[in-house]
Design a binder for this molecule. Structure first.
Ligand SMILES: Nc1nc2c(c(=O)[nH]1)N[C@H]1C(S)=C(S)[C@@H](COP(=O)(O)OP(=O)(O)OC[C@H]3O[C@@H](n4cnc5c(N)ncnc54)[C@H](O)[C@@H]3O)O[C@H]1N2
Ligand code: MOO
Length: 514
């Protein structure tokens, strides 16, 4: 799947996985003693004739400082590590297995779930959206839970759109002495309201006014200050501009021009952007009903992962601690706790239930080697697999599980390979969280700029750029890479049959591209 063969010797305690599919005497090219097994690719090869001696496994376990392996009997039957494939493969393939009677089907069947079904399962796993009220200052990016209906007209009084004079009838006008220039300038909203009932203008009268101030009843236009000339108490328009202001009855904003009382200004389910928050403020709102954000704990796994600086040979710089919380936030969730656990079963179990959260997201460790603990930890906690794996590449090992207990906390298990993890988030995290926060799951159709080959039995997830409605796959799309996704606008969903050049293909939005 990925170029994981050549992992050089690490500086710190290295991460090692069992080479379950390696043929004895034929090490993967480039794989040193500490190399990750290239042989993971060989899903259906036969097991080695002679399994690794027990003593060696124990030594390796101690060297990594990890706990002794959990006794098999602690692990529910459905998720035990044991040969699953009729051909002796132990990679998790369930070919040739028969489901045992009386055990929940989802636990037994770890066959990857087809794309559409997996997304539907993720949507239906979400609880109904719930609501909270937040001040406008905290509403940015939140999902509006109730329509915004205005209780006042917008604007709620007729006002001047320009600095100048409110005029009534034909020029010349007599400037009313009762209101001086400065007196017309409201010092505050209260000033505007206090000035809201100036005396009625009669034909042939004008009064000085500033932008935003209430126009007196009877005003027919505002003559801009640069388009009028005052001589004593007589006001006249200057040239074409002045005549245009007056004859066009310009520069008065009538009350209710934007909205009448009771107008629905925003629908429930929209994301609150700066102009939407400003619109809510204009109606007089101080807070808004928004969908509660699911609270998320993030668990980063992997002994080899380092979180700062340039990684030494054999170390891998963490790609997720910052990126995944940001992506989850864009999807409407909030990461409230982050745990780093090594390749350690009991630490993974502890982290799964450590926080008071609605959802746990894990990264890495979704495989079935001795260094991967997400599935065994879930099994030991009695979790039910909602989506055991995805018939899609990259991101195939992505899983969705539910822990037992009153809350039925969900766990989204993302693969460790960076592209696979982020696409797993798009694949299952996006539908889960869009149902959870009650937002519309958006996708569109684009044309394939070139033929997109399909892959038997699985959906291809292809980051692509879109220009003029035509999508071109990005370069650098290896499962362990990030350049392609960093350059992409969308993710194409390529069915197993592939897509011909010019054919239509579904394009999923990237959560972070708004
Ligand atoms: N025998 C098989 N081997 C593999 C299969 C398979 O079906 N059979 N599937 C492959 C696929 S596809 C994927 S994807 C990976 C998933 O592996 P895991 O989820 O167990 O992830 P790890 O093994 O822990 O790590 C994989 C890779 O990702 C790197 N990693 C982990 N965490 C981070 C991080 N925070 N930041 C950056 N990179 C990270 C890790 O160092 C590894 O290089 O399994 C295949 N194998
Ligand atoms: O490396 Mo895996 O398919 O890409 O999830």
């Amino acid at each position: 799947m990925t170029g994981r063969a050549a992992r050089p010797a690490p500086r710190r305690a290295p991460r090692r996985k069992e080479h379950r599919h390696e043929r004895p005497g034929r090490p993967a090219p480039g794989a040193g003693r500490l190399g990750r097994p290239r042989a993971r690719r060989a899903r259906h090869r036969r097991r080695p004739a002679r399994p690794r001696p027990r003593a060696r496994r124990r030594r390796r376990g101690r060297a990594r400082g990890g706990p002794a392996r959990r006794p098999r009997d602690d692990v529910p039957r459905g998720l035990r590590r044991r040969p699953r494939c009729g051909r002796g493969c132990r990679s998790g393939c369930r070919r040739g297995r028969r489901a045992g009677a009386g055990t929940p089907a989802r636990r037994l069947v770890s066959r990857p779930v087809a794309w559409g079904e997996a997304r539907a399962l993720a949507r239906s796993a979400a609880p109904a959206p719930s609501t909270e009220r937040v001040p406008l200052a905290e509403a940015l990016g939140r999902v509006l839970a109730e329509p915004l209906v205005t209780a006042i007209p917008l604007p709620h009084f007729a006002s001047a759109a320009m600095d100048g004079w409110a005029v009534c009838g034909a020029p010349p006008w007599r400037l009313r002495a009762d209101v001086a220039d400065d007196a017309a300038r409201p010092a505050s909203a209260a000033g505007v309201l206090a000035a809201a009932s100036p005396a009625r203008l009669e034909p042939g009268e004008a009064v000085a006014i500033v932008t935003g101030a209430p126009v007196p009843p009877g005003a027919e236009a505002v003559l801009r200050v640069e388009a009028g000339r005052v001589d004593g108490d007589i006001l006249e328009p200057i040239g074409e501009t002045g005549r245009h202001d007056v004859e066009g009855r310009r520069h008065i904003r009538p009350a209710g021009a934007e909205a009448a009382i009771g107008d629905r200004l925003l629908d429930a389910g929209v994301i609150l952007t700066p102009p939407r928050i400003a619109l809510a403020a204009a109606t007089g709102a101080d807070d808004l009903a928004v969908r509660r954000r699911p609270r998320v704990a993030l668990i980063l796994t992997g002994d080899e992962v380092v979180e700062s600086g340039v990684p030494a040979s054999g170390e891998v710089r963490d790609s997720f601690r910052v990126a995944i919380p940001a992506a989850l936030r864009a999807l409407g969730a909030e990461v409230v706790a982050i745990h780093r656990v090594g390749d350690d079963d009991s630490a993974t179990r502890v982290a799964l239930t450590a926080d008071d959260v609605d959802l746990v997201v894990t990264t890495g460790g979704t495989g079935r080697s001795s260094a991967d603990h997400v599935r065994t930890a879930l099994a030991a906690e009695g979790a039910d697999l909602v989506v055991p794996g995805l018939a899609a590449r990259p991101g195939g090992p992505t899983l969705l599980a539910r822990l037992p207990g009153a809350g039925g906390r969900l766990v989204l298990g993302l693969p460790g390979n960076p592209l696979a993890a982020l696409l797993g988030l798009v694949a299952l995290g996006a539908p889960l969280l869009s149902a959870w926060t009650g937002t519309a799951a958006a996708s569109r159709t684009v044309a394939a700029a070139r033929a997109l080959p399909g892959r038997a039995h699985s959906t291809g997830l292809v980051p692509a750029t879109v220009v003029g409605g035509a999508a071109t796959p990005a370069a650098h799309l290896g499962s362990g890479m990030l350049r392609g996704l960093a350059a992409a606008d969308v993710v194409l969903v390529v069915p197993p049959a592939g897509v011909a050049e010019g054919g239509s293909v579904e394009a999923l939005p990237l959560p972070w591209s708004g």
